[in-house]
Structures are given as C-alpha cells and as structure tokens.
Design a protein around this ligand. Structure first.
Ligand SMILES: [Zn+2]
Ligand SMILES: [Zn+2]
Length: 287
C-alpha cells in the first residue's frame, strides 16, 4: 500500500471526525515516518506460488521460514517516531528509556520486534526492559509496518482464500487489527504489522478459534454508527473492531479506520475485553 494514500485517508478521516483531531494528532508523525521510509533498501521476499502454498498448507506464516535480516539502521527512523509517540503518552517512560539504551548498545535489535507464536515481540526483551506487551506491540508495528509491507510485496499475488483459515496473518503471523466485510459478504481480517489481509469465517473468534455462536457477540457504539461494530468473544475476552464496507463505501484503509475509532475501543475496554494489537486509546486505558 502506498503510504501517501494512507496519509491522505488519515487527513480525510480527521475531516469527518473533527472532535478527534486533537487526541489523534500524534499518529500523524508515525504515518509521516512510514511515508518517508525508502522501500528500496530492502530486497522483497521471493517465493513462488507453490512455495507459499506449501507453507500455508502447513499453517506456517511466510515470515516464520523466511531469512529476513534487518539491520538496526533499517528501522531506526521508524522506531524513533514510535518511541516518541509512546513517550508522549508518558506511561512507561523509564522502560522506554531502557529499551532505547539497550537498542543503542546493540543488545536489542529488529528481531526483538518480530511476531512469534501467539504474540508480537520478544518475551526476553520485554522482561529485560520492563515494557508492557501493549507498548512492545505498538513499537513493533510502528517500526515494522512499511518494512514488512515492502518485504511481502511480491508474495501478495499468491494469497489464497482456500489455503489459510487461521486467525493470524498468513504473511507475518501477527494477530489481526481490524475486520472488514466486503461486497460478497465475506469477512477479511487486516494485519497492521505488514498490511496483509485474509479471509476468515464470520462466526469464529480469530484469537482463540471459538465457534460457539452464543459466545460470539457484537457490541454497538452508544450512538450507533451504521456499519461499525465490535466483535467480542466471551471465551477469550478478545475483541476486534469491524466494518461493513457495503455500508461505508467511502471509508479508509483498515488501519486508518482502526486508529480513527477510539470511541469503539473505549466501549470494548469498559466492557472488559482486550485487543491483540494495541492503539493509543488502549495504551492509555489499559493501565
Ligand atoms: Zn501481517
Ligand atoms: Zn476467543
């Protein structure tokens, strides 16, 4: 995805929701950093359709078996923007300082931010510097999004709706950050870490796989906004914000809609649900 387009969509969303312009202003610097990142510094992953299919049939996201080698300098500008964002929130500044110092000493590098089984970022690094899972997760996608987006650019064409039915991204392995229902009524989950998306069953929790209908519910906004809802799972207490693109045909990309709807996160958080991919509001509300 073009980051210039993401910026234009972001400006458009803030036009539509003027009361959110001020609280959401800090995201702009992250989007600027993404737009400025030169994608030609990284060679894209080259896999044939057959090689992708082989991994997906085994339930393995492409990143898990790819030899992605990132130097700290490749992501430093992106990391700086994300760190600045979290420092402005101000909840974990001592831990963020430890993270930055460990990074400067070379003890922590880009691999610490990659997704692993069931989580984003390294447990060891989280313990080393004392950061919350939310903040480390935010640093991860703030620092890696344009990198992984460029890395998978050539593999996207091989995406297959029939080979992958897991609740994690088939490209990078991160949990979904948003859900979209499109023209054909199909549900697609969106990955904020690499900008990938994939088809997923409508009556199933992407976080724990639960399919029990009465344990899967929808929360609506207080002033109901047509086309938006929050899918919750009463088994794992996870939630995902979603939208019907047939109703909201002029909406922005998944990430823009997610960052631009903090009022829905508040509803979910107050009802006791958690999300796998943190946002600003959740970073503030979660502690
Ligand atoms: Zn992904
Ligand atoms: Zn669940």
């Amino acid at each position: 995805m073009s980051h210039a387009r993401l910026l234009a969509e972001w400006d458009d969303l803030l036009e539509r929701r003027p009361t959110l312009r001020e609280p959401l202003a800090p995201y702009r610097k992250i989007l600027d950093a993404w737009a400025q990142w030169a994608s030609d510094r990284l060679a894209p992953l080259r896999l044939s359709a057959g090689d992708c299919g082989d991994r997906w049939r085994r339930g393995v996201p492409l990143l898990a078996e790819a030899a992605l080698s990132l130097a700290p300098a490749d992501v430093e500008d992106l990391l700086a923007a994300s760190l600045e964002f979290l420092v402005a929130i101000g909840e974990e500044n001592a831990s963020l300082r430890r993270f930055a110092e460990a990074w400067d000493r070379g003890e922590v590098g880009p691999p610490a931010l990659l997704p692993g089984k069931g989580r984003i970022g390294s447990v060891a690094v989280q313990e080393l510097v004392g950061l919350s899972q939310e903040s480390l997760g935010f640093l991860a996608y703030g620092s890696l999004r344009p990198v992984l987006d460029a890395y998978f650019a050539e593999c996207r064409q091989h995406a297959s709706d029939s080979l992958w039915d897991l609740g994690i991204c088939p490209f990078c392995g991160a949990p979904p950050g948003w859900g979209d229902v499109g023209e054909n009524g199909q549900r697609r989950l969106a990955c904020h870490l690499c900008a990938g998306d994939w088809v997923f069953a409508r009556l199933r929790c992407p976080f724990c796989g639960n399919r029990v209908p009465h344990e899967l519910a929808r929360l609506d906004a207080e002033e109901k906004e047509e086309g938006y809802w929050i899918s919750v799972c009463k088994a794992c207490n996870g939630y995902l914000k979603e939208m019907d693109r047939r109703v909201r045909w002029n909406a922005g990309s998944a990430l823009v809609e997610d960052w631009g709807s903090p009022h829905l996160d508040l509803i979910a958080a107050r009802a006791g649900y958690w999300r796998a991919i943190p946002t600003l509001i959740q970073l503030r509300e979660s502690r």
